[in-house]
Design a protein around this ligand. Structure first.
Ligand SMILES: Nc1ncnc2c1ncn2[C@@H]1O[C@H](COP(=O)(O)OP(=O)(O)OP(=O)(O)O)[C@@H](O)[C@H]1O
Length: 581
């Protein structure tokens, strides 16, 4: 394992660089500005030494303005290239970041539901936002900045060697010490800083939980505990910040002092050499300036090395998502219209290997018939709906639509013709109108109103503060589960589907809304193949056939009145629910 790590880090980096190279033009500007910047840093000390040796010391001020102007130009060039470098590294980094995030986001949208089973939302969001951010900071800004720093260091050393070898060696004596300080204290500072970010995240999550769970906290009288938890996290945060302050306070002054050590050596030894006439005063001044220019680049290079490991780990998490093979395939036969016949042919299904949830389902649903699927919680009812939508494909067996195996039909085309009303309606940010319109991009606002009138939902929507223009966020707080399901029903009808799947949520609905939802459901089902996952068994009286699922198998099927008369599974479910009611 240990010997594999560097190789895989290298291949990760290689892949990343290969992908980043798609923005070659920006990268060329970055490299040119880095080279320009490294050269520009070298010029001012050298020009200063010439000014001192040729003009100031001999007292020759003839055309001194030329050298002064040159010095000014060198400073301007230094400023110009540094700005250019910072800006274009950011441009390049943002382009790479945008690509990565877009690919990850697209991947999430295209992944099959099996992919989400092993992912928590928080973790996935963190990979798309934080990990890509770390990769940009370290592998783009850090690496390119580090490259610039390395170039500056090499440039400074070469310039010094050209001026005087002895003084160069004296200047370099404090470099190992500087590396040590940068590595030891710089590392500690960065780790402490990372900790502050974690603590802030922790505070946010405590606040978030307090807001989200305010009712539960009050109901169970947990206010004092939650407050204590908040104070504890706050104290930890302060400690983390103070630790950063201590290391910051130590780090930069220490780096300054170590770099000044070189200056002291240069002044002492250079002064001695100058006194002996072995070097000029200008050269000594140039060395003093070069010695002070070491600090920044050394810190950059060391810190880059230090953060590389965490960036590689982030990169690995990103590629893990990008390389996941659970992707939905949209190829296959396209339909403009489905006949509506569905047939389950010995369908087995497992979410997890070796744990079948559906065990050999055989079911024939004729066109335009209404089937109610009932059963205890966890029996496999929603799984049947998931398979009809092709959110998953059967592990064994086939589902035939008008006699064609579902695997051969394009998922997109199939879903366009299936109206799915899930148990919980998700409302996107935007208005109620936009939320219904999203079901069918070709529909107009008039179509939405027509559909809502048809379902008997129009009056209810008009009673909302701004009618169809009420924002979903506002409505989210105002609407009950049943009312949300009404919006979901309107969405389904707007698609004019050939097949309807209803996961009814009537159990948590008041009688008045229940009536409204039920009527809307019946209107949606009219003339369409319909599968109702029924939690309230009252609705089964509208079904042509009831299918009782238990432990992944169909244990009973037939018209509702026949099943009731038979006094089997359905009868027992029905009477126990009526008893509860
Ligand atoms: N994504 C999943 N990964 C693993 N197991 C799952 C997943 N979804 C459902 N299951 C399991 O599959 C079984 C059937 O679940 P399903 O949701 O189909 O039941 P259900 O009959 O619709 O239940 P309910 O009436 O509570 O909605 C359950 O044991 C459940 O724990």
């Amino acid at each position: 394992m240990a010997s594999e790590a560097p190789k895989s880090s290298l291949s990760l980096l290689k892949r990343f660089i290969g992908e980043a190279l798609s923005h070659r033009r920006t990268l060329v500007i970055v490299i040119l500005s880095i080279i320009g910047s490294a050269l520009a840093v070298l010029a001012p000390p050298y020009i200063l030494s010439v000014a001192i040796d040729r003009y100031i010391v001999p007292g020759n001020y003839d055309r001194f303005w030329v050298i002064a102007l040159l010095y000014l130009c060198a400073l301007i060039a230094q400023w110009f290239f540094a700005t250019l470098q910072t800006f274009y590294i950011e441009v390049f980094g943002q382009k790479v970041l945008r690509d990565l995030r877009a690919r990850l986001h697209e991947k999430v949208l295209r992944s099959s539901l099996a992919f989400f089973k092993n992912q928590s939302t928080g973790d996935l969001v963190s990979r798309i936002i934080n990990d890509t951010g770390i990769v940009n900071d370290v592998l783009v800004s850090g690496l390119l900045g580090g490259l610039g720093s390395l170039l500056s260091l090499v440039g400074i050393i070469v310039a010094m060697l050209l001026l005087d070898v002895r003084l160069t060696l004296v200047t370099l004596t404090s470099v190992p010490l500087m590396i040590l300080v940068a590595y030891y204290f710089g590392g500690k500072m960065r780790r402490a800083y990372r900790e502050t970010r974690q603590k802030i995240a922790k505070i946010s999550s405590v606040v978030e939980e307090s807001v989200a769970g305010v009712e539960t906290i009050r109901a169970f009288g947990r206010e004092a505990e939650v407050e204590r938890e908040f104070s504890r996290v706050s104290r930890d945060t302060i400690k983390a910040y103070l630790r950063v302050a201590v290391y910051m306070g130590l780090f930069w002054p220490l780096m300054n002092i170590t770099s000044l050590l070189s200056v002291v050596f240069v002044i002492a030894y250079g002064g001695y050499l100058a006194y002996q006439g072995a070097v000029s005063v200008g050269v000594v001044v140039a060395f003093i300036q070069y010695a002070q220019r070491f600090r920044g680049p050394i810190n950059n290079v060391v810190s880059m090395y230090d953060s590389l490991q965490s960036a590689l780990a982030a990169l690995e998490r990103i590629y893990e998502v990008l390389d996941d093979e659970n992707v939905e395939d949209y190829r296959g036969i396209h339909f403009n219209k489905l006949g509506g016949e569905i047939k389950f042919d010995n369908v087995w299904f497992e979410y997890e290997r070796g744990r079948p949830v559906l065990k050999g389902i055989n079911l024939h649903i004729p066109p335009a018939s209404k089937i109610a699927v009932v059963g205890r919680t966890g029996a496999g009812k929603t799984t049947i709906a998931n398979l009809i939508m092709r959110f998953y494909d059967p592990t064994e067996g086939r589902i035939l639509y008008d006699g064609i195996d579902g695997r051969e039909i394009s998922r997109k085309s199939l879903r366009r013709k299936v109206g799915y009303v899930p148990q919980e309606t998700y409302l996107f940010p935007g208005t109620i109108m936009e939320n219904i319109l999203m079901a069918n991009p070709e529909a107009s606002e008039e179509d939405v109103i027509r559909v809502c009138r048809q379902l008997g939902v129009h009056e209810f929507i008009m009673r909302l503060p701004k009618g169809y223009e009420t924002s979903a966020g506002e409505a989210g707080k105002l609407l009950s589960v049943g009312e949300r399901q009404l919006i979901s029903l309107a969405r389904a009808l707007l698609k004019d589907p050939d097949i309807v799947i209803l996961d009814e949520a009537l159990s948590s609905v008041d009688p008045k809304t229940e009536r409204l939802v039920q009527d809307a459901m019946l209107k949606l089902m009219e003339g369409r193949t319909s599968i109702i996952i029924a939690h309230r068994l009252g609705i089964t009286r509208f079904a042509d056939k009831v299918v009782v699922v238990d432990n992944g198998k169909i244990v009973e099927e037939g018209p509702p009145e026949e099943l009731l008369a038979r006094k089997g599974h359905f009868y027992r479910l029905y009477t126990s629910q009526m008893g509860e009611a």
